[in-house]
Design a protein around this ligand. Structure first.
Ligand code: SAM
Length: 335
């Protein structure tokens, strides 16, 4: 890393080349593990970044060494100016990807293709229509499945995010893996994480080890193959021998991957969160609107990143509601 982009390096030598930008707080689903039952108080529109502001702030990061940008939310495809944002961001030269619930993919397929947004993370927690309605409180299962196949037929690289919740979808682990037999999908099982108002409880979480044991029981040792994990991985990856696709486990709770973390988050109201679990935010939007240069603020936010899960180093800490509930809801962070 050169002097120029040293502002993206923290005190533990981690280099942050991956920026996740939340485009908005609104969503067209109401996933119960993500959004509190009573909803959230939305930030007034004038306090959210405009398309121009998103691009200008992203440009500061790209100039300093960010080369990957992921757009998330809320639901990023709900933004009316999504095509404009993609078009302008694509000129910065960083690789752009999105995390979406898939409902509006068909509406934006041409834009995604035109601007080379080929990596899509699609969130889908169940393969059963009635359970989809139970967890999302919306009846959109068929739409999501149709759009998944639309993406596959158009050769997008797709990762499916599955938040596992005991008693809800842990009995679908094998069904999800079987999808990878003939489809080039990467399934990522995510340990359920605690955020404000999402009624997290450790007993509802399916851990990395439980998932591996469950898969081994079904497929046997010889069929399960450990793959080499990506650089700066979040998922520990596996495949079933002979299957086209793969699967991985994102174990932020039982087996965090903070040592290789290269991610910074920008909320829809223009604040840096240097860790998903951190409740400390650095406002970039207000200074930007006041003509202040952002580099020092970015450097400050990154330097202050703590070693593991925003200071919740141990399991005792992460399961403590006094600590884990003192954060925004996931819907307002952008996962
Ligand atoms: N609306 C988009 C979507 O559905 O993918 C993007 C935003 S959503 C907050 C991003 C990701 O965060 C989704 O894959 C979702 O499953 C994940 N997520 C939300 N709440 C979570 C929680 N409590 N634990 C683990 N993952 C969570």
């Amino acid at each position: 890393m050169t002097q120029n982009n040293a502002i993206l390096e923290d005190n533990f030598g981690r280099k942050h080349n991956y920026l996740r930008i939340s485009l908005l707080e609104k969503c067209n689903l109401r996933c119960t593990y993500c959004m509190p039952a009573e909803g959230i108080v939305l930030t007034p529109k004038k306090e959210l970044m405009t398309a121009e502001e998103i691009v200008a702030i992203a440009k500061v990061f790209v100039n300093k060494g960010v080369d990957k940008i992921r757009l998330t939310g809320g639901e990023p495809l709900l933004r009316k100016d999504f095509p404009e944002i993609i078009e302008k961001l694509s000129l910065l030269g960083a690789e752009i990807s999105i995390t979406t619930n898939g409902i509006l993919i068909d509406r934006h397929l041409d834009v995604l293709k035109r601007f080379n947004v080929t990596n899509i993370n699609l969130s889908l927690d169940t393969l059963v229509a009635s359970k989809f309605t139970t967890i999302t409180l919306r009846n959109q299962f068929e739409k999501v499945i149709d759009n998944l196949y639309l993406l596959l037929n158009n050769n997008f690289k797709i990762k499916i995010n599955v938040v596992l919740i005991k008693g809800f979808n842990n009995n679908e682990i094998i069904d999800f893996i079987k999808l990878t037999q003939f489809l080039p999908l990467s399934i990522r099982f995510i340990e359920f994480m605690p955020f404000a108002g999402n009624e997290w409880d450790k007993s509802k979480m399916v851990s990395h080890n439980e998932i591996v044991e469950y898969v081994k029981k079904h497929f046997s040792y010889t069929q399960l193959e450990k793959l080499e994990d990506e650089k700066n991985f979040t998922a520990r990856t596996f495949k079933i021998k002979g299957y086209l696709g793969s699967f991985g486990i994102i174990s932020s709770i039982t087996n965090p991957f903070c040592d290789g973390c290269n991610r910074i988050r920008l909320t829809a109201n223009g604040r840096i969160k240097n860790c998903l679990f951190s409740n400390i935010e650095t406002d970039l939007l207000t200074p930007y609107r006041n003509g202040v240069a952002l580099e020092k603020l970015i450097a400050f936010a990154i330097k202050n990143k703590l070693k593991t899960r925003a200071g919740m180093d141990s399991m005792e800490q992460v399961v403590n509601p006094d600590l884990n509930q003192d954060n925004r809801s996931m819907i307002a962070i952008g996962g």
